[in-house]
Ligand binder design. Structure first.
Ligand code: NAP
Length: 258
């Protein structure tokens, strides 16, 4: 049986990825900070799908956490066939007022941990010349995001990094994909402090379910697609970033995050 490692599997899109992989009989390694949630999820998935679920609770914003996760998986003699770098969060506010500690942790989680885990597991995948990596970006990757400037920039990094790495590995047996959801109904909004922002509250933008986003991500990953954008509206939004003058898009995004 194959094994998928899913970061941020305690809620939202990550939890739906765990369900999808268990459904097709992958064993799982799931990680996030909330241990009780992870253990309850593991028990349910083991009962429902007869798979093995290993729980490794960690704060991936801590600099040593990716090494700890990798070493713990090695000690358990588990081979990772699919790495889903899903854990991440957003943070809303004007840059002059936002808290640096929160922003630094967001950079460590959204960028550093994702890159470090990719480095560690892709090396092993290359030895076997087989494996799949999926990194969670966002439609935020395609625009600068006033009032969420650092979050949007972290996703632009994930987008650029993943597309470049997929090119570097194009002649190998490893596929590297990037999933770019638009607004999705998860705990993200509350954590990011955007529950009342126009983006999520005025019905202007379609909000997808986590299940639908994960399913589209899973199918794209299995087909070896490089860039996976769920939904017509989000595809249009990504495409139009190339032709919309910056002063207009920045004004629109600023107002969506007021
Ligand atoms: P979510 O429900 O808040 O899930 C985030 C997951 O990340 C949780 O399992 C959380 O678990 C984990 N996490 C947060 N901080 C962590 C840390 N320091 N160490 C380890 N795990 C941590 O939100 P989601 O929407 O599913 O987010 C998943 C990904 O989708 C993120 O990368 C997000 O940027 C991206 N995304 C979301 C949307 C959206 O509108 N929802 C749109 C585009 C992209 P614990 O709290 O237990 O640690």
């Amino acid at each position: 049986m194959k094994t998928a490692l899913i970061t941020g599997a305690s809620s939202g899109i990550g939890l739906e990825f765990a369900r999808l992989f268990a459904h097709v009989h992958y064993n799982l390694v799931i990680t996030a900070r909330r241990e009780k949630k992870l253990r309850d999820i593991a028990q349910q998935l083991e009962n429902d799908y007869a798979v093995n679920v290993t729980v490794i609770p960690l704060d991936l914003a801590k600099p040593d956490a990716p090494d700890e996760l990798y070493n713990s998986i090695k000690e358990k003699k588990i081979t990772i066939d699919a790495l889903i770098n899903n854990a991440g969060y957003g943070y809303h506010g004007s840059f002059k007022d936002t808290d640096w500690t929160k922003e630094q942790d967001m950079i460590r989680l959204n960028i550093t941990a994702l890159t470090h885990l990719t480095k560690l597991f892709v090396k092993d995948m290359l030895e076997r010349n087989e494996g799949k990596v999926l990194n969670l970006s966002s439609t935020a990757a395609f625009y600068p995001g006033p009032n969420m400037a650092v979050y949007y920039a972290t996703k632009a990094y994930v987008q650029s990094f993943t597309e470049a790495l997929s090119h570097e590995l194009k002649d190998s047996g490893i596929t590297v994909s990037v999933l770019c959801p638009g607004p999705t109904d998860t705990e993200f909004q509350e954590r990011a402090g955007v529950t009342d922002s126009a983006l999520f509250s005025n019905g202007m933008m379609p909000v997808a379910s986590a299940r639908k986003v994960a399913k589209i991500g899973y199918e794209g990953l299995m087909k070896g697609k490089i860039v996976i954008i769920p939904g017509v509206f989000n595809k249009l939004s990504a495409w139009s970033s190339g032709i919309t003058p910056g002063f207009i898009s920045k004004r629109v995004i600023e107002s969506l995050h007021e």
